[in-house]
Design a protein around this ligand. Structure first.
Ligand code: DSN
Length: 475
């Protein structure tokens, strides 16, 4: 496999963990070549694909290695120092390290690193703060919200009585409507956060609305966590009672979630006395999860160390600059850019006016080696699996070392494909093979010129990407 680690040494000797990983990769290749080949193909696929998936980032090889640690063999319910199994001495230290790093990275005073995902983190938090049948106010899925913010398709929309706010005529969050709905429905929790929203979220304003009706404020920053850590987006930590995030979307971490709290970590829960921090501990274990995933927590600890590096900060700045440049290039070529631009990592395009659907655009682009996903947009007339929009993000482009100068090329490639795509109904289409081959060639050339960090033998932290003009590494 091309992902086999180089011999890592500590004090001149190969470490136990390195020997284990090396042996594991070796055994996998010999004992299960079918699976090994699939995993190998994925490495090559990621290297050669221009991924603009807004909810993805590339994990540093050291994060992946931590996620494959023998620590995974430890079964230990509970929390450090209060486990229900013996043998957790190293896991305790790893979890404490992850908690401290999470608190430091986000300026939080409380962190729970056990959630297996942000969806499970959200469910844990909401279950602790809202009685069954109680009211939850969150952004509508079609306006850019998330399933776990009370969608009828999610358990959060079944256990709780969900009310949804939306966007104003410019496509921005309609804070007046949030305030009106809060007054009308008296929610126990207001959720501020989105899966498809390209503008700054005013967490202070959300908190003022929550206070006006005595609601808790939950900020779900899964999509913008890397920007929050680096100051590229205002932090909700001291505005919200609780903040949740996934660890893989923009933090370069493993699959997983975090629950965080700032100055409100000692505020009373719904019973009037249990501090929120204690409530959150119980909410994750034992109320909604069993054993934690120790190696995933180790990988979170590794990623949370990397997000405080200057390289990560630089990448976050470029993510935002790139998204602005990408949106401007799409606007210049006549695309319908929702909200007219972006403040974060995300660009949303409406494609129906070009005679396309989201899924046709997604599939035609994928055929050419470009990844961006279909997304429903406000006023969408198409079902979720078809959708009328396309969501693009610049996390991985910035990690590749691309800057605003390369965004014109990325937008041109997308534009070329969409222009040459002739739809045949909502899901079928014809793409001119000459255009497809030409774009494939350009994508291959761009990916080779701006490789993902894991394609290099670079020092730890290289995940965060280096601007080529500063290091010369990718020119
Ligand atoms: N929440 C989904 C997304 O935004 O793409 C997956 O993490």
């Amino acid at each position: 496999m091309t992902f086999a680690p180089e011999p890592a040494v500590t004090g001149g000797q190969e470490t136990s963990q390195t020997r284990l990983l090396r042996r594991g990769v070796d055994l996998l290749c010999r004992a299960d070549p079918e699976l090994a080949a699939l995993l190998d193909a994925e490495v090559d696929h990621q290297a050669a694909t221009l991924a603009m998936i807004a909810s993805a980032s590339a994990a540093d090889p050291s994060v992946l290695a931590a996620g494959g640690a023998a620590l995974s063999n430890v079964t230990a319910e509970g929390y450090p120092g209060a486990r229900y199994h013996p043998g957790a001495v190293h896991f305790d230290a790893v979890e404490r390290l992850a908690v401290e790093r999470a608190k430091e990275a986000f300026g939080a005073q409380y962190a729970n690193v056990q959630p297996h995902s942000c969806s499970s983190a959200n469910f844990s938090v909401l279950s602790a703060l809202i009685p069954v049948g109680g009211v939850l106010l969150g952004l509508d899925l079609d306006a850019g919200g998330h399933l776990t913010h009370g969608s009828p398709a999610s358990v959060t929309g079944r256990h709780f009585s969900a009310v949804h706010y939306g966007l104003d005529e410019h496509g921005h969050l309609d804070y007046d409507s949030v305030a009106d709905l809060a007054r009308a429905h008296c929610p126990a929790v207001i959720v501020a956060g989105a899966s498809a929203y390209p503008r700054v979220i005013d967490f202070a304003r959300f908190r003022a609305i929550a206070d006006s009706v005595g609601a808790y404020l939950l900020a779900d920053i899964s999509h913008i966590a890397g920007l929050v850590v680096t100051g590229e987006h205002p932090s909700p930590i001291d505005h919200a009672h609780i903040t949740t995030t996934s660890t893989y979307k923009q933090l370069g971490g493993p699959r997983g979630g975090l629950i965080l709290s700032g100055r409100e970590h000692r505020a009373a829960g719904p019973d009037g006395h249990t501090p929120l921090a204690r409530l959150m501990q119980q909410a994750v274990f034992p109320r909604s999860q069993g054993t934690p995933s120790p190696a995933a927590i180790a990988a979170k600890a590794r990623a949370l160390d990397l997000v405080t590096t200057p390289e990560f900060k630089d990448t976050a700045r470029r993510i935002v600059e790139n998204a602005a440049a990408l949106a401007a290039a799409f606007t210049a070529s006549g695309h319908h850019v929702l909200t007219g631009g972006t403040d974060n990592h995300m660009v949303l395009l409406g494609v129906l006016h070009r005679g396309l659907t989201g899924v046709v655009a997604e599939r035609a682009l994928e055929e050419c080696g470009i990844l961006a996903n279909r997304n429903r947009i406000p006023g969408d007339t198409k079902p979720p699996l078809v959708a009328g929009g396309l969501r693009l993000g610049t996390n991985l482009l910035a990690q590749r070392g691309m800057g605003p100068a390369e965004m014109a090329a990325c937008a041109r490639l997308v534009d070329t494909v969409l222009d040459a795509t002739r739809p045949d109904g909502d899901t079928a289409y014809h793409l001119d093979p000459r255009v497809r081959d030409g774009v494939r060639g350009e994508v291959a050339e761009l990916c080779a010129r701006f490789p993902l960090p894991f394609a290099h033998d670079e020092p730890a932290g290289a995940f965060a990407g280096h601007p080529p003009h500063e290091t010369g590494a990718r020119l």
